[in-house]
Design a binder for this molecule. Structure first.
Ligand code: SF4
Ligand code: SF4
Length: 114
């Protein structure tokens, strides 16, 4: 059965930790200090072995996210997706995003309440 619920896919393998999504969301929704619709988390850096490091950036979407309802009603993509510097965020239906996830190993799909 088709799943036409909308969500956001973050392919965090390619997230550079630039904070643009976070800032864009705060501005769009005029959020108070300390509040975020999306907030960047950072893990590492630590050395795993001689060739490998753990250093991961992952933006977390919070309960304040309304999937940019006003923007999407006008046919625009959410502002976090629009401003992602690494083009690693996608907006679409669960079916579209699930297909896009195929073969990715470090990606998350979020479907905030709409
Ligand atoms: S979809 Fe809109 S409200 Fe949700 S995290 Fe992105 S910018 Fe913020
Ligand atoms: S805008 Fe894109 S690259 Fe920058 S922190 Fe957000 S998800 Fe990562």
């Amino acid at each position: 059965m088709a799943n036409n619920k909308y969500g956001i896919l973050i392919d965090y393998e390619y997230c550079t930790g630039c904070h643009s999504c976070e800032v864009a969301c705060k501005k769009e929704h005029d959020l108070a200090e300390g509040q975020y619709g999306i907030q960047l988390t950072e893990i590492g850096p630590w050395k795993i072995n001689d060739d490998k490091w753990e250093y991961t950036f992952m933006p977390v979407i919070t309960k304040l996210c309304d999937l940019c309802a006003e923007r999407t009603a006008m046919g625009k993509v959410p502002t976090c997706v629009h401003h992602c510097q690494a083009w690693c965020m996608y907006y679409g239906t669960v079916d579209e995003l699930t297909e896009k996830m195929t073969g990715k190993t470090r990606a998350v799909l979020i479907t905030p309440e709409q």
